[in-house]
Design a protein around this ligand. Structure first.
Ligand code: SDX
Length: 428
């Protein structure tokens, strides 16, 4: 393939460089398009064909169903690493040595206390508030207690902001769930590891001794790893574009949480469980719901299916499907919706509508089955996704600022009214 692209406009040829990534991906560099062509731009709703940046963090190959963080295969990381190791690799570029990991974990623990006044903000929410709205608000509220925006030119200041949010976010996650369940708010126990501590904060009761279940701890660690980053998805692009205005890290993360909430994105894991439950209540008639998903006049979609990038199996869904069976068997949970999910998957993989559109189960299709088996309320599923995605958001924000990316400001094609004379109200 040549290393330039020619665009002909009104008989004039304009040449643009083609850049090649380390995995041989190609992109036409149109940075100079508007200037060279006297104002012509491109348009690409949803940015389906448009790259926003060059990044060294995560590589996806949607056609082959490949996912790597910093060059490491997701299958290896899910099997052999723990969440903090993966978080470190995403944020700082490689897997940590033992001393680096110990320091990272200790610095996170040292930063895991929340200002007691944050409780007052949480208490002001009704119990019925959706945990994602609470989490986005509390994350943004952290700026009130940490008013100085991080000086990205200082590695130390950046590191301190990172361990601060990595330490405080799990407490916010636990508090949103305890608020939702009417449980008293608590704090972490620094004698525990990151995921054990999260479980303890989420599930412990003041009148009982909480016992960590290693099966749940391992499954949650794996789920957090599988959600940790996914290149330029909707919420990550939100974190990057908000950060591109030089808004602070916590404010950018709060915006990412709001973007993740949508049912077409991270909110899908909650929507999948609600869909599977509806099918179960409806007598398990999967064929009826498949027909609804294919009916263009019906807004119903098969939640947890399809993906903007993966036109093959989402490698995370493959891993989570196996883990779901293991966790339910290990916990002795017999959840009929697992069979419904498998039935839907089998039918979809044979159905021309899904096959022709390359619609496969994505990360959200099976994850909720595990969360439910762990005793996590459905409304908390997307909060768990946000916790997993935190290191990815941090890594992407940090990379964007380090590369001094320009403020994100897309153009448009105007299709409104042409110039018209003002009319006084008497004449309208
Ligand atoms: C995540 O981007 C990421 O990386 C996201 C994520 C991450 O880790 O950050 O992977 C996490 O968000 C996973 C996706 C979770 N969302 C869902 O499961 C919701 C259900 N899926 C769809 O809404 C949809 O598949 C999207 C939003 C995920 C992708 O939509 P696209 O890429 O814009 O594709 P599209 O809507 O243009 O669909 C192409 C065709 C259309 O039919 P035609 O117009 O060609 O006839 O496929 C159909 C769509 O109607 N289609 C579906 C479908 N998904 C797509 N039809 C029925 N059920 C579905 N789920």
């Amino acid at each position: 393939m040549s290393d330039t692209a020619i665009i002909n406009i009104n008989g004039e040829a304009f040449e643009f460089p083609i850049i090649t990534g380390s995995e041989n991906e190609k992109a036409i560099d149109i940075k100079k398009l508007r200037g060279l062509t006297g104002g012509v731009t491109t348009i690409d709703p949803g940015y389906k064909n448009t790259g926003s940046c060059q990044s060294a963090i995560t590589f996806l190959n949607g056609e082959e169903g490949v996912l790597r963080y910093r060059g490491y295969a997701i299958e290896d990381l899910a099997e052999k690493a723990d969440f903090l190791e993966v978080a470190y690799a995403l944020i700082f570029g490689d897997l940590p040595s033992k001393p680096q990991l110990e320091k990272f974990e200790n610095d996170i623990k040292d930063n895991s206390l929340l200002d007691v006044d944050l409780r007052k903000i949480l208490e002001a929410f009704p119990k019925s508030a959706h945990p994602m709205g609470v989490l986005a608000s509390l994350t943004s509220a952290l700026t009130a207690f940490n008013p100085t925006s991080v000086d990205v030119s200082s590695d130390e200041a950046m590191y301190n902001a990172i361990v601060k949010i990595m330490g405080k976010f799990p407490v916010l996650v636990a508090w949103t769930m305890r608020k939702n369940k009417g449980l008293p708010l608590n704090y972490g126990d620094n004698s525990l590891g990151y995921v054990e501590n999260l479980l303890q904060m989420m599930f412990s009761k003041p009148n009982e001794t909480y016992k960590i279940n290693p099966i749940i701890k391992d499954a949650l660690d794996k789920l957090l790893i599988l959600h940790a980053d996914h290149e330029q998805n909707c919420s990550t692009s939100t974190v990057r574009i908000v950060g591109s205005s030089h808004a602070g890290l916590f404010a950018s993360l709060s915006a990412g949480i709001s973007a993740l909430w949508g049912p077409l994105h991270g909110g899908a894991n909650q929507a999948v469980l609600e869909m599977l439950d509806a099918i179960l209540q409806d007598g398990g008639d999967t064929a009826k719901y498949m027909a609804k998903a294919k009916d263009k006049s019906d807004p119903f979609r098969l939640m947890g299916f399809g993906h903007r990038v993966y036109k093959n199996f989402d490698p995370r869904a493959k891993i989570i499907k196996v883990a779901a069976k293991e966790v339910l068997d290990d916990l002795g949970v017999d959840d009929p919706i697992l069979e419904i999910a498998k039935g839907l998957e089998q039918e979809a993989l044979k159905d021309p509508y899904f096959v022709d559109r390359k619609l496969y189960p994505n990360v959200d299709f099976y994850s909720g089955i595990i969360y439910r088996a762990m005793g996590i309320p459905t409304e908390m599923f997307t909060v768990m996704f946000a916790l997993g995605r935190l290191p990815g958001w941090i890594a992407q924000w940090k990379e964007m600022r380090a590369r001094k990316e320009p403020i994100g400001r897309p153009r448009q094609i105007y299709i409104g009214e042409n110039l018209r004379a003002f009319k006084n109200i008497e004449n309208r």
